[in-house]
Design a protein around this ligand. Sequence first.
Ligand code: 3HC
Length: 316
Amino acid sequence: MTTAAEPRLAEHFEATIARHDRIEPRDWMPEAYRATLVRQIAQHAHSEVIGMQPEGDWLTRAPSLRRKAVLLAKVQDEAGHGLYLYSACETLGVTRRELTEKLLDGRQKYSSIFNYPTLSYADVGTIGWLVDGAAICNQVPLCRTSYGPYGRAMIRVCKEESFHQRQGFELLMTMMRGTDEQREMVQESVNRFWWPALMMFGPPDDASPNTARSMAWGIKRDTNDELRQRFVDMSVPQAEVLGVTLPDPELAWNEQRQAHDFGEPDWDEFWAVVNGDGPCNAQRIEHRRRAHDDGAWVRAAATAFAARQAEGGRGR
Ligand code: 3HC
């Protein structure tokens, strides 16, 4: 419904964005801005929660109590990131119930990277190093996103993400200083995760229907390709320190660009995984649906307790 005040409100919104100030939940905002934020923040939150599964598969098989404790802390952090992001999304007028239903029935997405299996223990380190490393490249600029609750949620997420990336790198470094078999396990893991990690940043800018508008609204502060380049440039020296080879024959330093040239990800694979045909899509959603169903009694009890409290009854 448009009102007479709307042109002035739209002007104020545009001026706020132009000043790189924050839009807050009670501010007027174009419906398309709100819808874009719901889409991106929900996908981000879903990614955090689904992202617990690949590493969670190794909790019972961690090789030491220390590795188990570190992995447990990391997986729990991801759950917390999901909660911060669902809370930020709820400030836009959607409910967690709606968001969960849309995830489970495929109307909302989560990151493609989590549709790949974790086949060896080295994957726990590779996910920390590369996946959380990519997440850091993507999430640090989001601390400056134009929507207040999203940017503020990112500050704590990024602090914890740095621990995630360091623990993964340290795990891989330990294995690389181990036996030949451990070194082969690490290299095989990096070979499987390198290209899917590049795909985390989304399609190329010229194939992205959302990037231009998200940049104009200050939701994104960098484009998909800019962040992908930043991640490659960050990862190459780290791979050299680790002693692993990144599986891209076109990877080379370009003196003129002062950046690394690298090959093209398989975008057919990317779109297939995004559209549900990845190695683990069905398994991930089935697991999430089972967890949601198993938790129904908790939601019912909490709702009943809240109703009793509201009636002024004494909760038992
Ligand atoms: N996986 C799944 N879908 C993806 C994707 C990916 N890696 N990259 C893009 N897409 C989807 C988009 O959602 C969009 O589909 P939609 O319009 O139906 O939502 C379509 O592909 C076109 O992509 P665009 O680039 O135009 O879409 P966006 O502007 O939304 O950019 C994005 C995609 C860069 C992922 C952006 O949404 C973003 O920055 N999101 C926030 C960060 C995030 O979600 N990270 C995911 C990982 S979380 C994580 O790693 C946790 C860590 O702890 C491990």
